[in-house]
Design a protein around this ligand. Structure first.
Ligand SMILES: C[S@@+](CC[C@H](N)C(=O)[O-])C[C@H]1O[C@@H](n2cnc3c(N)ncnc32)[C@H](O)[C@@H]1O
Length: 275
């Protein structure tokens, strides 16, 4: 089968998809030439900056797994994963169920290829739902009858925004999205978030990365500063080490200020609704 045969109907493989680029960083095979080309540009940019894009993507996945495991062990049984990405190893529902039997998961993504793959994987998984939705309209997601039919949003649930909010380039819009989501979390609910961090990137490096993503399915990319990323957890109790580089986030790490916040990369945190 050639690569062209693998292109699902209605998909333009010539427009790089951020989901498939991420799959490429992770070493997956669900990507096309245009995705690999764009991802290679980012890998090269990272190299020039002393970063390893693939390592960062894998570390982000590691964070996701540790955070979901911690929540499942703490008794969380409902997960709303927005910007879920292509299925890979240790997907959220697998980790959640391993550590929290009976966990219910809704995967949301705006990339139709993600949905095609997720539905195939989840065909025989009654407690897991995959649906198309856009993070830029979080209220539509939270009010969608498929979500409210699958999760009891009157009970504590966790929202996962892992490596997705940076695809909303407008700062005010990104802040508003997270504020709307925080408003809907119940006491005992959680926000799990990771985000591209500007760190020591020069204006030229930032712009080069932005340009690559301007021509992808997301249409843009915004790395942000430490204070911006911390502000997404306003009003929540930050767990573990606080907001730190994604590889350093573990539930039992302490907020002792020993983290490298100079280097660009991805920062991550987990916040819990007080009460
Ligand atoms: C870098 S991947 C992250 C996947 C997964 N959350 C993880 O961290 O391993 C970003 C995902 O967010 C999705 N995405 C980007 N913008 C989105 C939006 N506005 N609404 C929903 N999903 C979006 C992409 O299609 C992609 O699957």
């Amino acid at each position: 089968m050639t690569e062209a045969d693998r292109v699902p109907a209605g998909i333009n493989p010539n427009v790089p998809s951020v989901a498939r680029m991420y799959d490429y960083y992770l070493g997956g095979r669900d990507n096309f030439a245009a995705d690999r080309e764009a991802a290679e540009k980012m890998i090269e940019l990272g190299r020039q900056m002393g970063n390893d894009a693939r390592e960062i993507a894998l570390a982000n996945r590691g964070f996701l797994g540790r955070a979901v495991r911690m929540l499942a062990e703490a008794g969380v049984r409902q997960f709303l994963d927005i910007g879920a990405g292509l299925p890979t190893q240790d997907n959220v529902h697998q980790v959640a169920r391993r550590h929290g039997p009976g966990s219910r998961v809704v995967y949301v993504d705006n990339d139709p290829v993600v949905l095609t793959h997720a539905r195939a994987l989840l065909a025989r998984e009654p407690d897991v739902l995959a649906m198309e939705g856009d993070l830029r309209d979080p209220v539509a997601i939270l009010d969608d009858p498929r979500v409210t039919g699958h999760l009891d949003l009157g009970e504590p649930f966790a929202v996962l925004l892992v490596a997705v909010l940076h695809f909303v380039p407008d700062d005010a819009e990104a802040a508003q999205i997270v504020a709307l989501i925080r408003e809907r979390l119940r006491p005992g609910g959680y926000l799990v978030l990771s985000h591209l961090y500007a760190g020591d990137a020069t204006a030229h490096e930032t712009e080069t990365g932005r340009q690559v993503y301007r021509n992808t399915s997301s249409g843009g990319l915004a790395s942000r500063g430490y204070a911006d990323i911390v502000s997404y957890f306003d009003g929540l109790d930050l767990l573990g080490p606080g907001v730190v580089p994604v590889a350093d986030w573990t539930p039992d790490a302490s907020p002792d200020g020993s983290y490298d916040l100079v280097k660009s990369g991805i920062l991550a945190g987990v916040g819990r609704v007080k009460g």
